[in-house]
Design a protein around this ligand. Structure first.
Ligand code: PLP
Length: 404
């Protein structure tokens, strides 16, 4: 009898956000148990509706979206992306520099697959959004993690970045605003990263999917316009700011020293042709979203639901003895720290599983974000205040069982 094993390509690939703890939670739900889900940044199930104009546009365009489109995406969407980035100061781009994908996720994998060879290294933040590390590993490269420093509002440690650059380093990933930490980087800091990339001939991979989800007056600066002489790929999409994760609509924009990357760009074109094209109806939402009313602002300004929930989650969490947390300036998450002198946690995935089993609350353990120590976990700030209160009460109770 022939057994079918997993491809060895996947040996080092890890994506714990949808790992064994989530599988167990699903089983519990199937048995009829109610789980408080603080695990995934998916706004719609929490009652964050998409702007009506986006839905109307998709519906209206459905009858004419039946065929494949250009493998880089429909013209109107790519043109809208170009115009959007030109307004942000990225002047030297045109529609040929834009690739539309089935979400940013698909494009991240494509960007790594088209570039990496065995021994190639990509600098990836720790903690990270783990798809980046997984995509590097799947593509045969090595993710070299640079530290983001909790003591410095989770800013990346520039010295650590410099130390980790070697002859095989091809690029650096920057997630800004950051998932899971909520850090938003200043222009000065970004200029330093650009300088490092310039000196060491690195590609900058800028994941800016949370660029419009900002709190307390934080301002987002896109890195690509600061780096006209460095090859940059900027990733963004509709999932978060426009609350349509399920539409799977994202894009990447190639800018700067594209002349240095001709072969790589051919590779990207080949991979996008191989999957024919991204979901066509949903691409019609891109022009409407970028050019339309930015309803996300209502959610993040004073009185807005996302801001209120971030504040509530932060206040409740930091009142629990033994928990500290840097207040996020953007995105949809908190990444709290558990005091290791107070709690005995050796395996944080076990910790998340125990919390699920005992209290029916689902969180993601910190090592799932390529954080080295088992002393963090991530929650989303999407649930309503009542649910956040419930979850934090249960967390405090649960933590008693983990006290040293
Ligand atoms: N990048 C970051 C930092 C994310 O947090 C996510 C989703 O949570 C993605 C990319 C993937 O987004 P998409 O829905 O466009 O695939």
């Amino acid at each position: 009898m022939q057994n079918f094993g997993m491809s060895s390509k996947l040996n080092n690939v890890c994506y714990d956000i949808r790992g064994p703890v989530l599988k167990h939670a699903k089983r519990m739900e199937e048995e009829g148990q109610k789980i408080l889900k603080l695990n995934i940044g998916n706004p719609a199930p929490f009652g964050f509706d998409a702007p009506d104009e986006i839905l109307v546009d998709v519906i209206r365009n459905l009858p004419t979206s039946q065929g494949y489109c250009d493998s880089k995406g429909i013209y109107s969407a790519r043109k809208a992306v170009v115009q959007h980035y030109q307004k942000c100061g990225l002047l030297d781009i045109d529609v040929e520099d834009v690739f539309i994908g089935n979400g940013v996720s698909e494009l991240i994998v494509m960007a790594m697959q088209a570039l990496l060879n065995h021994k190639d290294e990509i600098l990836v933040p720790s903690p990270d959004y783990p798809l980046w590390t997984a995509a590097v590993s799947l593509s045969g490269g090595t993710a070299v993690h640079y530290t983001c420093d909790e003591q410095s509002d989770w800013y990346p440690d520039l010295n650590d970045i410099k130390k980790k650059i070697g002859p095989h380093t091809r690029g650096i990933v920057l997630i800004n605003p950051n998932n899971p930490t909520g850090a938003v980087y200043s222009r000065e800091f970004l200029l330093e990263v650009v300088e490092i990339a310039r000196q060491h001939n690195l590609i900058i991979f800028a994941d800016e999917i949370y660029d419009k989800i900002l709190y307390d007056g934080a301002k987002h600066t896109s890195i690509a316009p600061l780096a006209p002489d460095v090859f940059c790929i900027t990733f963004n999409g509709l999932s978060k700011s426009y609350r349509v994760c399920g539409f799977r609509a994202g894009w990447m924009v190639l800018s700067g020293a594209t002349h240095k990357a001709k072969g790589y760009i051919e590779g990207l074109e080949m991979l996008s042709s191989m999957r024919l094209c991204a979901n066509v109806p949903m691409q019609h939402a891109i022009q409407t979203a970028l050019g339309g009313y930015q309803s996300i602002n209502e959610l993040i300004l004073p009185g807005g639901r996302l801001l209120e929930q971030r504040d509530k989650a932060y206040d409740l969490l930091t009142q629990i003895p033994g928990i500290s947390c840097v207040k996020p300036k953007g995105a949809l998450y908190l990444f709290p720290k558990l005091d290791q002198k107070k709690f005995k946690i050796v395996d944080d995935q076990r910790f998340a599983m125990d919390f699920l089993l005992q209290e029916k609350v689902l969180v993601v353990h910190g090592t799932g974000f390529n954080w080295k120590k088992p002393d963090h976990f991530r929650i989303v700030t999407l649930p309503r205040v009542d649910d956040l209160e419930q979850a934090m009460t249960r967390l405090e109770r649960f933590l008693h069982t983990y006290r040293q």
